[in-house]
Design a binder for this molecule. Structure first.
Ligand SMILES: *Cc1c(COP(=O)(O)O)cnc(C)c1O
Length: 438
């Protein structure tokens, strides 16, 4: 199959830039997924974030009210659901919820989960090695001037299309590190400006994300005091994202929303290199197994994860290999080559994917503003292709039949995972609101 990927119908559609739905043929019942990682790894990450909460609270006063916990609200968006039904002439059974990682503290995107977690994990390692903390200590002391001076001798580097750079950059600068962010050509100017205002060094590249990552990794490897956050291969980022699932479980429990065989959960997450949606999906599957159905959404010109998974080639293939540009308005999703690590973990877990045109990002953005008065950046709006697509494509309707879900769909919960938006400056937001108006 690996050599014959060109003959796969989905690859034909992708290469023509058509919108499509794809169901993952390698998904297996959760009990048979035999992963090497599991709940214990997520628990370890969650415990680390808890240890760091007093420190987070000190470094980021905006997290004071949540006691140093970086978490987002889960909102019900019935008016947006009706709007989607009108737009497509479909009915979406069940409730539609929005997971507002767009409004996460510090980074204003889902990257506040993985990015900040990885910076903290590295910080814990350095601090332990240097004897600055030991087990049972109050981590708030890591925010002291002496500790800041210590961290100032170390450097953190990362390659990014924008939001990961914002998250790692702002968090690392707050801890006291020197920070270098390697930005791909897709990164928006305001993101670079914002980072520089935090004292972060931003290096700009004319080329795409893979090159920015490669250069960043190379420069970091040359410097023994530098640590590289590797978006393509980082298990730490992945686990930081996975913690979201435990938090979501608590939020659903609080609202008395059940997830079980008769109350399926559908989750739709915009995908770039795969770390964020992959980590969240992994966590959700660990909690709810076969009762949760996860779908990724990618732009028609940058369906890196879909191509990697459908071909089985993962990071050995890029969207440019099938004649796509990799260019999209969805800067957070502008990735040509997926994470191989994530693609392999997703193989038995992911239900499927949707791709969508750039224009739809803006249509969904305006629809959400109009109906619910919530602003998301265009990349994040890709999530709405999930509930719209699930009831529009023959392939996904067949999935609902085959999984014997049709009879329980009235009890379903759909979560559109809003991955970013609250840091977008007002003028840029106004520009977005005027983009692709027809
Ligand atoms: C980074 C990002 C994603 C996707 O995360 P990946 O880890 O790159 O797959 C989705 N939406 C937004 C807004 C992002 O910044």
């Amino acid at each position: 199959m690996k050599e014959d990927y060109k003959s796969l119908p989905v690859v034909g559609k992708l290469s023509r830039g058509e919108e499509t739905a794809w169901l993952n043929p390698n998904k297996v019942p959760f009990a048979k997924s035999s992963l090497e990682i599991g709940m214990a790894d997520i628990d370890d990450a969650a415990a680390r974030l808890e240890r760091f909460a007093p420190f987070i609270k000190k470094c980021f006063p905006e997290t004071e009210k949540d006691n140093g916990l970086i978490e987002s609200a889960l909102a019900s968006i019935p008016k947006m659901k009706s709007r989607l039904e009108e737009m497509y002439g479909i009915r979406i059974p069940g409730r539609l919820l929005l997971k507002q990682d767009s409004h996460l503290a510090i980074a204003g995107s889902i990257k506040a989960r993985g990015g900040i977690y990885e910076v903290l994990k590295h910080t814990e390692e350095l601090a332990k090695e240097a004897g600055l903390i030991s087990a049972g200590d109050d981590y708030a002391k890591l925010a002291s001037p002496e500790c800041r001076e210590f961290f100032g001798k170390y450097k953190i580097q990362v390659g990014s299309t924008g939001n990961l750079g914002l998250s790692i950059g702002i968090a690392s600068a707050a801890v006291g590190y020197q920070v270098v962010v390697h930005m791909s050509a897709d990164a928006r100017q305001w993101k670079k400006d914002m980072l520089r205002s935090h004292g972060v060094t931003v290096i700009e590249y004319e080329s795409d994300y893979s090159v920015a990552v490669r250069e960043g990794r190379r420069l970091s490897d040359e410097d023994p005091k530098s640590y590289f956050v590797d978006d393509e291969n980082s298990i730490n980022l992945f686990m930081g994202y996975a913690v979201a699932a435990k938090r979501l479980k608590k939020q659903l429990d609080e609202r008395k929303i059940s997830v079980d065989k008769n109350h399926p959960l559908f989750v739709y997450i915009p995908c770039g290199v795969g770390g964020a949606p992959g980590g969240v999906t992994f966590g959700l599957k660990e909690i709810w197994g076969d009762d949760v159905h996860c779908f990724f959404v990618e732009p028609v010109q940058a369906p890196a994860m879909l191509l990697g998974m459908a071909s089985g080639l993962h990071n050995k293939i890029s969207v440019q290999d099938i004649g796509l540009t990799g260019l999209t308005h969805a800067d957070g999703l502008a990735v040509g080559r997926p994470s191989g690590l994530v693609g392999k973990v997703m193989e038995p877990l992911l239900s499927g994917e949707f791709t969508l045109s750039d224009k739809k990002l803006y249509d969904y953005m305006r629809a959400l503003l109009d109906t619910e008065e919530i602003f998301l950046e265009p990349s994040a709006c890709a999530a709405f292709e999930g509930p719209a697509g699930l009831f529009s494509y023959e392939e996904t309707k067949k999935y609902l039949r085959e999984q014997e879900l049709e009879a329980v769909m009235e009890n379903a919960s759909h979560i559109a995972w809003a991955t970013g938006g609250s840091l977008v400056p007002w003028e840029i937001r106004k520009e977005y609101e005027e983009t692709y108006l027809d």
